[in-house]
Design a protein around this ligand. Structure first.
Ligand code: GLV
Ligand code: GLV
Length: 324
């Protein structure tokens, strides 16, 4: 009999679902909103694979509910903090993710949208043009920092961090520095210099977080970190909200400890509408759209499908996560 694959959204890109349908029975969650936890637990018993996304928590309880027929979990994301990989590995369940195929999309959003929009205050400026706040051209009105002659500091220098560095190079920043647990030979190509975290905070005009969320990076951007930044610094985060102590960030923005922030990720998601970060004019919040290009999402879906199909045949996934 055919393998059964549970898919956690009704609106996963069709091309990936079609690939799975050719070989397996697909059981789709019937809505485009996340499957509620209690439903999730009821729908997985006996399935052979789960196609999920970053809103679906894959933990011990869920794996227990699924049972011993589960052979593969594949997430349509590069982040994997929602999956207990160790527990999956222990049970012989392969875990797939989607690195590389979303690197350009995410780096583009980080630099070309969020960094530039935050520096030049685009939402604030557009609001002024629309609502009458634009009275006349004015010498210092709506000014923000330029990029030339600035230092950009990239925290986390894996695929996305490096792609951010390549784009930064094109923007003529004076210096690119990074910190990462390991020295990266790729840094040479973009002229990026490795520094300690504290030095990066002190020297950067733009601090960009591209670090994976693991216990060691949780709340690495806390009160102490914001205090070490320049008063004129702009903080950008496109990794996971959990890397930031959000209360500390809110205070840093309210009290002008730093100039501004641009966030594609928050805790929780979505942010409650009365959250102070949504009303500060020195903060831009985007709704977690880093990988949201049409091509990236389609390719992510197809890679997720291949990850599942290969694992069900007993092979290693093309993009498989293992705890090292
Ligand atoms: C998005 O945040 C992802 O992890 O793919
Ligand atoms: C993060 O995991 C990356 O691809 O940079």
């Amino acid at each position: 009999s055919k393998f059964e694959v549970f898919v956690t959204r009704a609106d996963m890109p069709e091309s990936g679902i079609e690939m799975i349908r050719r070989e397996c029975n697909v059981k789709l969650w019937n809505r485009s909103s996340p499957v509620p936890r209690d439903e999730f637990l009821k729908l997985v018993p006996g399935v052979n694979a789960i196609y999920c996304c970053l809103t679906d928590k894959i933990d011990k309880e869920l794996l227990d509910a699924a049972g011993p027929e589960l052979k593969a979990v594949a997430t349509m994301s590069v982040g994997y903090d929602h999956i207990d990989i160790q527990e999956c590995n222990k049970r012989g369940i392969r875990v797939g993710y989607t690195p590389d195929v979303l690197t350009d999309a995410t780096a583009e959003l980080t630099v070309s949208c969020l960094l530039l929009a935050t520096a030049r205050r685009l939402p604030e400026a557009q609001a002024a043009a629309r609502d009458g706040g634009w009275e006349s051209w004015s010498p210092m009105w709506m000014t923000g920092p330029g990029l030339a002659d600035s230092t950009v500091g990239i925290v986390g220098f894996a695929r996305i961090g490096q792609a951010v560095a390549r784009r930064s190079q094109g923007l003529q920043h004076q210096r690119i520095i990074y910190c990462s647990r390991t020295a990266r030979h790729e840094a040479k190509e973009v002229g990026a210099r490795k520094v300690e975290f504290d030095d990066l905070l002190a020297e950067s005009d733009f601090v960009i977080c591209c670090a994976v969320l693991v216990p060691e990076t949780r709340h690495m951007f806390n009160r102490v970190a914001f205090d070490k930044m320049k008063r004129t610094a702009i903080f950008i985060n496109t990794s996971r909200g959990g890397t930031v102590d959000q209360e500390a960030l809110t205070e840093a923005l309210q009290h002008k400890i730093i100039r501004g922030a641009g966030l594609d990720v928050t805790t929780p998601e979505p942010l409650p509408l009365d959250h102070p970060l949504l009303s500060l004019n020195n903060c831009i919040v985007l709704p977690h759209i880093g990988s949201a290009t049409i091509d990236a999402r389609k390719t992510m879906a197809e890679l997720t499908a291949v990850n599942i199909l290969e694992a069900l045949k007993g092979f290693e996934m093309p993009s498989e996560l293992k705890i090292t």
